[in-house]
Design a protein around this ligand. Structure first.
Ligand code: PEP
Ligand code: MG
Length: 886
């Protein structure tokens, strides 16, 4: 027969398996503190098993439980030396309800159970403080009536006001007589209005409170909370009953909150507050709290021995739970009581510091420190955040597409962004959506807002790459191109007006909001070292500019997993050479323009190889459709025609010919290399020449990885690889220099997944382009998804945005299938992922399970990925499913 009741007192607690479920989190915590010899008030917990026996019934408690409670009270009377309802030193009790986890809607605590018309006077005499005793009695009647009779507390307030008017006191009664009259009014009111009375027998009071606490499981708020958090209906609650501490009595009593560490340094030093005397509800409300650190260190405390004792117990609890703890305590009659402990609440930076200090103090292992930190919280350490202390007017809410906060003047074009940035002004670039030609504006802007697009839109991908805050899909904004105004509801902004954006929450805010700059501590680096030791998967970065590559290296990237070469064609006169190539009527013309791009590409690659200093660099051949590079506005078309010396009509014709109506599924990826092999050849030549040169300069060979995008047929890859191999042979002969290189492909299309075994016969590596793979598996255009995906998530049709977190059941399954097929024909094939999900902690857990070799993500997500990869490896290995490093 499972036990119904579990007693606890300092140094001793009756044990049970799965204490948190069996005793509720409050009961389990008090039992833990008691077993650690902390000075808890003695008491007992009526466990969830007893609740289940009664089925949380509204009727009377079963006799067997009443008998058990009676016995527990006798035990408590012996331990405390007080009698429940006794005519000397009566025992008073606190009753606290809790389930396995905090749950709104459960019964509030009821204090001073045991007070009645007789014991109140005995307590008054014992404490020599009638007002205190009667105040407690009034509070008890109110909370009893609210819990047991469902009485409205406002009615008691009205009664108080009436009585105060009638008798002439203000605030509270002045004499015992006045108090008795007020209590009499309470009794009369309950009798008259509800036909009930608060029992005068203490045991009856306690049984009623326990019964009503049981029933609170069924409150609508608790029921809907359980539904929301999938908490089983029969989990049940527990009721903890313990002796009252007279902590509010005089200047020598009080309560406080102590934290085992200084959270700003991680150092083991008691901090917190202590408030003396008075009726104390919440620490935050109390102006004259005392700094615990000073109390303990300065020795000037009213009771130094009590605080030395507190420091000792807090240290013990911390060592036991292996984490910084926050303890609520009371001091009464010169004695210390611990009421509850929990992990100390802390910010991201504090969490890192504390975890690392706990390791250096030998309290936890590095692996535990790794598991303590939420990888996503590192974002807060790497980017500025908003100071939310003041009022803010939110103009629009979109998607948090790239974290961090920024303030600046509104501009609507990349050119204006550039012009204002040249004057050292901070700007936020606001566009309907961005195109590759906007990249230079994004680089100089402090932040980017787009009205359309989701979290893998061009703006989002580029902003994450360069570490700029970005909000996408801010659909309630409207740019009026004629007036050059930005409309946000009834607010109208013009160029130059200040706005602030939060790229984590997706808010666009009016005016300049103060920002909090992050500071990276040495502890952050230590945590990252722990993570690197624990993880199996590699972490590379998606980068194409030297700036991004350097940033990624400083964040610990182990190579480049995706260099999107198209991003290299927009700066300066490169775009003109590119346009010349696209507008050329034949191959000869194209080759002439490509000759101009070759040295530019070569020197870009040399720089990347040098920054990456021997680490792998995966360069992807040109991927987007060519129309993306052509001018859009009339002015630009005229300018392009002028620069290239062609007729404007020719430019327009070419634009019309290349126009596509599709969600990026047209003439792009390897299809370009097949239609225009000379483009791929130029890029391959630039890569090989750069690899030779960078290798010679560094005195160590560079092994480039050339990646072919959007392959669905093995023959596509055969075709492109043959061109690449031919160029390699030529360059090696010209330079009389042999180099090794790899040719691989992206897996972004369902057909490529299904044919992964045959494609792997040609490809030396795969990199899953989960942006396109998600787009093509779902048939959802990634640039238009924002319009309806949020509705899907809100309606619960999708749990998460699959462009942010890999859809394990669909896209994930495809990845797993492709990996298996690929390994069946090429056992040692290198497998990575370079879509945006590569930097998402939950997706990383899936990639670890699938056994991918590396993830590649934007530079600012590299630390997040390192930590998430370590956590996934540790969790899998603890579950006995760990993988060896390959
Ligand atoms: C992808 O599709 O996942 C990918 C990395 O390529 P891009 O985003 O450039 O299409
Ligand atoms: Mg792609």
């Amino acid at each position: 027969m499972p036990k119904r009741i579990f007693t606890f007192r300092q140094g001793d607690a009756e044990k049970t398996a799965d204490a948190v479920q069996a005793l509720g989190h409050k009961g389990a915590n008090l039992a833990l503190l008691a077993s650690l010899d902390a000075p808890v008030p003695p008491g007992f917990t009526v466990g969830t098993h007893a609740w289940r026996e009664t089925k949380g019934a509204a009727g009377d408690l079963p006799q067997i439980l009443k008998t058990d409670i009676g016995e527990a009270i006798e035990w408590l009377e012996t331990v405390t030396g007080r009698r429940f309802g006794g005519d000397q030193r009566p025992l008073l009790l606190a009753v606290r309800t809790s389930a396995g986890a905090p749950m709104p809607g459960l019964a509030e605590s009821v204090l001073d159970v045991g007070l009645n018309d007789a014991t109140v006077d005995i307590i008054a005499a014992e404490l020599d403080d009638a007002a205190f005793a009667y105040r407690s009695y009034r509070r008890f009647i109110e909370s009893f009536a609210a819990l047991v009779f469902d009485a409205d507390l406002a009615e008691f307030e009205d009664l108080c006001d009436l009585e105060s008017e009638r008798v002439g006191w203000s605030g509270e009664p002045r004499t015992v007589l006045e108090w008795r009259m007020l209590i009499g009014r309470y009794h009369d009111f309950l009798d008259r209005e509800l036909g009930v009375l608060v029992p005068q027998t203490p045991l009856q009071q306690l049984l009623e409170v326990i019964r009503a606490s049981f029933v609170s499981w069924r409150s609508p708020m608790a029921a809907s909370y359980r539904k929301l958090h999938a908490i089983p209906e029969n989990a049940g609650l527990a009721v903890t009953v313990h002796a009252m501490i007279f902590n509010e009595r005089d200047h020598k009593s009080g309560r406080g909150r102590a934290i085992s560490r200084d959270l700003s340094t991680g150092e083991a030093r008691l901090t917190g507050e202590f408030a003396l005397g008075g009726r104390i509800e919440a620490f935050d409300d109390i102006p004259e709290t005392i700094d615990l650190g000073q109390l303990v260190a300065g020795g000037a405390a009213p009771f130094p021995a009590v605080f030395a004792d507190l420091a000792h117990h807090v240290r013990r609890i911390e060592a036991h739970v292996g984490d910084a703890v926050e303890v609520e305590f009371m001091v009464g009659d010169d004695a210390l009581f611990l009421m509850q402990s929990r992990p100390a609440r802390r910010g991201a930076g504090e969490a890192v510091r504390v975890a690392v200090e706990l390791v250096s103090d030998g309290i936890i292992e590095p692996q535990d420190a790794i598991l303590r930190i939420d990888p996503a919280s590192l974002d807060l350490l790497l980017h500025p955040t908003l100071d939310r202390a003041g009022e803010m007017t939110v103009l629009a809410r979109g998607m948090g597409a790239s974290p961090g906060a920024a303030t600046g003047e509104v501009v609507f074009t990349a050119e204006r962004a550039q012009a204002l940035a040249n004057e050292d002004r901070s700007v936020i670039l606001v566009r309907n959506e961005t195109y590759p030609e906007d990249i230079h504006g994004m680089h100089v802007a402090d932040g980017v807002v787009t009205i359309r697009g989701g979290t893998t839109s061009h703006a989002a991908v580029v902003a994450r790459g360069i570490g700029k805050p970005c909000v996408t899909g801010a659909g309630s904004l409207r740019i009026n191109p004629e007036t050059g105004r930005l409309h946000a509801g009834d607010k109208v902004l013009k160029e130059g007006d200040q706005i602030t954006i939060d790229g984590s929450s997706g808010e666009v805010i009016e005016g300049a909001v103060a920002l909090i700059r992050p500071s990276l501590s040495g502890d952050f680096a230590i945590l990252m070292e722990f993570a690197d030791t624990a993880r199996r998967m590699g972490v590379r970065t998606n980068a194409e500019t030297p700036h991004e590559a350097r940033a990624a290296r400083s964040f610990g990237a182990e190579g480049i997993g995706l260099c999107r070469t198209e991003h290299m064609f927009f700066e300066g006169d490169r775009i003109q050479a590119m346009r010349e190539m696209i507008l050329a009527p034949d191959e000869i013309g194209r080759r002439r323009a490509l000759d101009k791009l070759l040295p530019i590409q070569r020197s870009d690659f040399i720089e990347l190889f040098e920054i990456m200093a021997g680490l792998p660099v995966t360069i992807r051949l040109l991927d987007p459709p060519l129309h993306e590079f052509l001018p859009k506005s009339d002015g630009e078309i005229a300018e392009t025609a002028g620069t290239l010396g062609v007729d404007e009509a020719v430019v327009r014709q070419r634009i019309a010919a290349l126009e596509e109506f599709n969600p990026m599924l047209g003439h792009r990826g390897c299809r370009l290399a097949i239609s225009y092999p000379e483009i791929a050849e130029m890029q391959a030549r630039a890569i090989f020449e750069a690899a030779i040169e960078a290798g010679e300069r560094a005195g160590a060979a560079v092994v480039p990885e050339i990646m072919v995008p959007l392959v669905s047929l093995r023959r596509e890859l055969d075709f492109v690889k043959a061109r690449i191999d031919a160029v390699a042979a030529q360059v090696m002969e010209e330079r009389a220099h042999r180099i090794d290189y790899l040719v691989g492909t992206m897996i972004e299309l369902p057909r490529a997944v299904v044919r992964a075994d045959t494609i792997a016969e040609v490809a030396e590596f795969f990199s899953f382009g989960t942006n396109d793979l998600t787009q093509t598996v779902y048939g959802i255009s990634r640039d238009d998804a924002a319009n309806f995906l949020s509705t899907y998530v809100r309606q619960g049709i999708l749990e998460r945005d699959p462009f942010q977190t890999v859809d394990v059941e669909g896209v994930g399954e495809m990845i797993a299938v492709a990996c298996e097929k690929a390994r069946s024909t090429r056992g040692d094939i290198s497998l990575g992922v370079c879509g945006e999900q590569g930097g998402d902690p939950d997706s990383i857990a899936f990639f670890e399970e699938t056994g991918l070799d590396y993830v590649s993500c934007s530079p600012f997500r590299v630390p997040i990925a390192r930590l998430a990869a370590a956590q996934s490896a540790i969790r899998l290995s603890r579950a006995g499913r760990g993988r060896a490093r390959r």
